[in-house]
Every structure is written in C-alpha cells, then in structure tokens.
Write a protein of this length. Sequence first.
Length: 197
Amino acid sequence: MTSAVHQRVPALVLLGFALLLAAGSFWLVELSNKSASNAPSKVESTMPDYFVENFTYSKLDARGLMEYRVEGAKMTHYPADKHSVIEKPVVRSFSPNRPPTIVRADTANINGDHTEVRLIDNVILERGQVLDDEPLTVTSNYMLVLPEKDIVTTDQQVDIRVGKMHLSGTGMVANNATRELTLESKVNGTFLPPKKR
C-alpha cells in the first residue's frame, strides 16, 4: 500500500499545481476585467483610434457617379461616436445638371454616418459661373453642409457676392439642388446698375 501511495504522489502534486495555476489565472482575469470596467470612460471617448494625412474621400451614387468629395490636410477619427475632425477641409459637390459647389474652412467635424459636415472658421462657399448664372461666393464663420441633400445652412452672419451684387445677413439656407439661397434676418444689399451699352 505504501508503494501505491508513493506512485500517486507526483500525480497528486501535479494535479494540485494545475488547480493552483487555474485558480490564479481565473483571479488574474477577474482582476483585469474589474480594472477595465473601472477605467475612466473619458479616455475611451476622447482618444482617437487613427488619423490620415493629405486624404481624399469620395462618395458615389448608385450609378457610380461622384456625388461629393471631401479632402483635407489631416483627418482624426474618434471611435466612441465615430465622428471625424478634419484640418483644412475642402468639400466639393458634383450633382448632375447643377453647378459644382466648393466649400472650404479651417476645421470640419463630420458625424459618424457622414450626413453632416460642420465647417468652422474662415468658411468660404464658392459656386462658379454656369451658363447665365453669375459666380457666387459666401463667407461665414460656420456652415453646416448636408451632402446628401445638397444643402448648406448657417445661423450666423454671412457675406454674399453674386457677380457685382453684395448681400449680408444672419442665417442662410443655400439649396444647390433648387439653386435657391435664402437669408433669414438683418439683410443688407448693394446692387450696381448694369453698364450702359
């Protein structure tokens, strides 16, 4: 009987060591999970997961035609709400049968599903001359671009030049699809008479 016990001792020691190792591993996993759940959530929400420099993002419609393109010096993506911040953004609209529109700014914030582009500081909207349309330039400190609706809007002061006409006001909706521009309040304008022929 003594020799049988001696033969089982190494197996029992090995089994005991394995159980101790398993218990220690379980404890470490539990400790790791607790520390992860107690970690401040602000770190997760404020830390970017990637950035891209000198990039171009293009959106195509169902037919494969370009709808709009976003370019920038640098784009930083935040995973918590999937929004992106762009330095020196340029947004170009390419709607068929409509004049192309370009919007530039110092900074842009794009929401997670790319349906809203918020342009901040030194915002310039330009639409070139097409057929009988005069070239259009609009400047402001803030504009919201809705690329899928082809609309640019702001609740702030805007300065507008269409050919030789100059308008200013607070609040604007520019619909590139219908080629309509609306000023909401405090509107002032200067219209130069056409040159006599």
